[in-house]
Structures are given as structure tokens and as C-alpha cells.
Ligand binder design. Structure first.
Ligand SMILES: O=C(O)CCC(=O)C(=O)O
Length: 266
């Protein structure tokens, strides 16, 4: 599977400019033979959370745009995430479409990041976010979600062999990003494809470092601060090889772990 990671700057609060940028990146990546193109988090609006009433997608625009491109160009798109409006409020949502232009996943970010006011402006998701792409079970989580190892583990236990992570991760904590992602790949013995943005918004400078990490933990792509598209070819047989070499999933002791769950506070 040839993966293309779109490490772009995002124009704060300007969906039109961002749709134009993403169109150009999708066209370039598909021209260069990508099977699966991955976008960053909240690429339509950036973190313009106080303006979501007017800016967030309430019309299926993003889904239709991704579906049409995917079908016309026979490419899978892990559509990063976008801000959208549903009946119950605003969400930070990842759409994934396959080469036939079918929507195979709609995942709402499960853990809201307080340092960036998500808990004030966004609703939290409750779905797991695993999906099939060309017969391979994949997972998707968004940015802050990677700080919750049990959440990524739940995807791996549900069969995910490749986990996609779109993000807007600040440069100030980019060491955490790199270490957490590598740990998530090693402990779950799966590929991690993580796409962060570059550039800045009024509150944060972002740290790039989009990466493809193999199930043994090696970096197959590290984009550092380079703006543009990075490519990596991944061989899914590696997942089985690593899982055979060190059979973590066979050796897990679920009953033991649950016997030590802390009792609820009164
Ligand atoms: O966990 C972090 O340090 C960054 C998380 C974040 O930026 C986000 O979830 O948008």
C-alpha cells in the first residue's frame, strides 16, 4: 500500500482556501501513484472554534468532495478531520472514503483536548473508528486520542493493522508526539500513519513530524518540518511477522488486568 501524507499549513478560519489547498494536494498525490492519501486534523477551519457556527461543515460538503475525488481517481482518502455540525452540536470528525467513493468510516474525536478549548466548543465521540480498506482492517484516532493507550489497544484488539492519526499537534510538545506514536506502534505491533500540520495559528505553532512507523517501531517516513507530501510503501505482512516473533496478543492477560480495576470513589 503506497501511503501519501499531506503535511500542510492550514489557513485559520478560511474553509475555501483550505479546500483549494487540499484539492491540489490530492491531485498531486494521486498523480504520483498513492493508494491512500492522509490529511491532517481540522483542515477545513483550523482551530477557529469560536467561529464554528458559521464555518463548520453542516452540508455534507466534505464527504461529497472526498467521495467524488476518491472515485474519479481510484484512491482511498483518510480525510484527516474536519469541523462539522450535527444535530447535537459541533464535532471534530474523520471521514474515510475508499477507491469506489464509498464512505467507510465517520469517527468523531473521542477525547477532547482542554488546552485547546475543545471541551468548551466540541462534542465528544463514542464510536471506535475501525474500518476496512481493501480487505485490511484499519483504525483511526485523532491527535490527543494517542495519549490514551487503552483506546488504541481497543482498535488493535478489533483487528486494526494500520492506525491513522491526523493531528494539529503543537511544536512545544512534539517530543511527546514522536514518543507516544512510536510506543503505540510497538505495543500494538501495527503500522501507525500520523499526519500533523505545519505553520501556526493565533495561539500555537505546530510541529510537523508526520511519520509512518512500522510494527517493529522503525520510522519509514519522518517529514520533520517540511511542508508538502511524504510517501511510504507499507507491507502488511510485517504485522503478522512481528506478532509471531513476540506474541503480545496471545500473552495478554485480560482477566488479570481487570481484576485490578480500581473501585469507584463514593
Ligand atoms: O496532547 C497534546 O499535547 C496535543 C493534543 C492536541 O493538540 C489536539 O488534540 O488537538
Amino acid at each position: 500500500m503506497r501511503i501519501a501524507c499531506v503535511q500542510m499549513d492550514i489557513v485559520f478560519g478560511e474553509p475555501e482556501a483550505n479546500f483549494n489547498q487540499v484539492s491540489a494536494y490530492l491531485a498531486e498525490a494521486s498523480r504520483k501513484g498513492a493508494d491512500t492519501i492522509v490529511l491532517p486534523e481540522m483542515w477545513n477551519t483550523g482551530y477557529a472554534l469560536t467561529k464554528l457556527e458559521t464555518l463548520a461543515d453542516g452540508s455534507n460538503r466534505t464527504v461529497n468532495f472526498l467521495k467524488e475525488f476518491a472515485k474519479a481517481n481510484q484512491v482511498n482518502i483518510v480525510g484527516g478531520s474536519v469541523s462539522i455540525i450535527k444535530d447535537s452540536g459541533f464535532y471534530n470528525t474523520m471521514f474515510v472514503v475508499n477507491k469506489d467513493g464509498e464512505l467507510v468510516s465517520e469517527y468523531d474525536k473521542a477525547h477532547r483536548f482542554g488546552l485547546m478549548d475543545e471541551h468548551i466548543h466540541l462534542e465528544e465521540g463514542n464510536g471506535l473508528g475501525t474500518f476496512e480498506l481493501e480487505g485490511v482492517t484499519c483504525g483511526g484516532v485523532i491527535c490527543y486520542d494517542i495519549r490514551f493507550p487503552e483506546w488504541i489497544r481497543a482498535q488493535a484488539l478489533n483487528g486494526a493493522k494500520v492506525i491513522f492519526v491526523p493531528a494539529e499537534w503543537p511544536e512545544a510538545r512534539i517530543d511527546h508526539w514522536k514518543i507516544l506514536l512510536q510506543a503505540r506502534a510497538i505495543e500494538n505491533q501495527c503500522f501507525i500513519v500520523a499526519v500533523n500540520r505545519v505553520g501556526s495559528d493565533p495561539k500555537n505553532a505546530f510541529g510537523g513530524s508526520s511519520m509512518v512507523i512500522a510494527p517493529w517501531g522503525e520510522l519509514r517516513l519522518d517529514m520533520a518540518m517540511q511542508e508538502g507530501i511524504g510517501y511510504a510503501d507499507i507491507d502488511l505482512d510485517e504485522v503478522e511477522e512481528v506478532r509471531k516473533r513476540i506474541p503480545v496478543f496471545t500473552d495478554r492477560r485480560e482477566a488479570l488486568y481487570s481484576s485490578f480495576q480500581p473501585s469507584k470513589k463514593q
